[in-house]
Design a protein around this ligand. Structure first.
Ligand code: UDP
Length: 459
């Protein structure tokens, strides 16, 4: 094996959801841009739902056991995970063998931390292995502390605020939902806790975060064992520094954007004054109930700003009957990075998914956080209290965020007393995010360190 990155062959294995495939795909492109031969493996179902369009990386597939229907074809998460582990281990083994036989063997595997069984396969072949966390260090640490018994579940009400090493004091609404209500989705809690037990066997831990965004948390997570490297934000250059204008089309189009709709959104945004539009999106999975949709619709209308609201096709029927706002645009899916990059956007009303939050921070857009579940509450806490780039909604006792609260939060980020502070802070994080990716920046250095380290290990 020569000492050139091009002689290195890295396989990147993704967990099949939008929020996981996107960042890992972008990481693949970073590796490829540094000369590494990079193959991404997605499930056959995911592969068939979109057309790969980035020629710098190679594509391959494994099976989750549901090649025709994906997760929706399983009877539930437990059934899906069990089948995925069995079919995934088998087809990953076949894939590695195939590449060996073809004379272009794989040297290292980067696998999503949600698929810890990939480590056993990698080690069976003697490959270098890196586990990739798509969530921030703060959230990963919470799951780590639970796995290690430092945080016992269920957390007794009297134990709040919970004080854990290198994390801010956490109240119930700051906790990942699966931790705060452990029996809400026990299989998801299991999936997340299961990222940890065999982690010592990995050679690297990669995290889709920026060290400067969570320095204490990153240092704390670095103590777990394997070398930890933050490599984010995984956002194409086209949207943030324009060093590579071709680094743009990376999105996994699980949800289609009609070119006509993208173009009319662009035109609509161009006609709006600077910082005058609220972008509203709850990502690819969160579901609001009908009452909450009605309150959000009313809050948006009453706040009287322009808005773009992404309502996925599966959610459309929950919109109030005949909802046709004069100042609003309802889209089934958006080109989110393009929208957030528009000067017309004044704030992002978000479910605080980690990718959306990173995108907003790195594009300098203040946020109203309305977390729904999983890691989102913790990210919402950081948005309001750590990064201070916006506010988090208060949820009523009935679990609903009322229109008055929605309106008040929108006003707070658009033109309230702290609106300028939020914007200035957002611009500060944007700058730090950009610097991390530039030559000599923390994430850029970490990607190089990873490549050099793998080359060393296989030399
Ligand atoms: N996204 C998009 N268009 C939309 C809504 C979301 O392109 O209309 C992208 C968004 O840019 C982000 C991802 O989908 O990269 C959502 O990931 P996130 O972690 O924010 O939330 P999840 O979907 O996992 O809940």
């Amino acid at each position: 094996m020569g000492s050139e990155p091009k002689n290195l062959h890295v396989l990147v294995l993704t967990y099949p959801t939008q929020g996981h495939v996107n960042p890992m795909l972008q990481f693949c492109k970073s590796l490829a841009s540094k000369g590494v031969t990079t193959t991404v493996a997605v499930t056959a179902f995911i592969f068939n739902t979109f057309k790969p369009h980035d020629g710098s990386i190679h594509w391959d597939t494994i099976s989750d056991g549901f090649d025709d229907g994906g997760f929706a074809a399983a009877t539930g998460i437990e059934h899906y995970l069990e089948t995925f582990k069995a079919a995934g281990s088998r087809t990953l083994t076949e894939l590695i063998q195939r590449h060996r036989d073809s004379g272009r063997p794989i040297d290292a595997i980067v696998y999503d931390a949600l698929m810890p069984w990939a480590l056993d396969v990698a080690k069976g072949f003697g490959l270098v292995a890196a586990t990739f966390f798509t969530m921030p260090c703060s959230v990963n640490l919470i799951y780590y502390y639970v796995d290690k018994g430092l945080l016992r579940l269920p957390v007794a009400e009297g134990s709040y605020p919970v004080c854990l090493p290198s994390l801010p004091p956490l109240m119930p609404p700051d906790m990942p939902s699966f931790i705060y209500v452990p029996d809400s989705y026990p299989q998801y809690l299991y999936l997340l806790l299961n990222q940890m037990p065999n982690i010592q066997g990995a050679d690297y831990i990669l995290v889709n975060s920026v060290r400067e965004f969570e320095p204490l948390e990153t240092d704390e997570m670095s103590k777990i064992g394997p070398k930890l490297l933050t490599i984010g934000p995984t956002i194409p250059s086209f949207y943030i520094d324009k060093n590579n204008v071709n680094d743009k089309k990376y999105e996994l189009d699980l949800f289609t954007i009609e070119p006509k709709e993208a173009s009319s959104t662009r035109t609509w945004l161009k006609t709006k004054p600077k910082s005058s539009v609220i972008y509203v999106s709850f990502g690819s999975m969160a579901k609001l109930n009908t009452t909450q949709m009605a309150e959000l619709a009313a809050g948006l209308i009453e706040s009287n700003y322009y808005f773009i609201w992404v309502v996925r096709a599966s959610e459309e029927e929950k919109l109030p009957k005949g909802f046709a706002p004069e100042k609003g645009l309802i889209l089934r899916w958006s080109s989110q990075l393009e929208v957030l990059s528009s000067e017309a956007i004044g704030s992002f009303f978000t479910h605080s998914g980690w990718n959306s939050t990173l995108e907003s921070l790195c594009l300098g857009v203040p946020m109203v956080a309305m977390p729904q579940w999983t890691d989102q509450p913790t990210t919402g806490k950081y948005v309001a209290d750590v990064w201070k780039v916006g506010v988090r909604v208060k949820v009523g006792e009935d679990g609903i965020v009322r229109k008055e609260e929605i309106k008040a939060c929108i006003e707070a980020v658009m033109e309230g007393d702290r609106a300028i502070e939020f914007k200035q802070n957002a611009l500060k994080w944007k700058q730090l995010g950009l610097e991390a990716l530039q030559q000599g920046g923390s994430s850029s250095n970490h990607i190089e360190e990873f490549i050099a380290g793998v080359m060393d290990k296989i030399a």
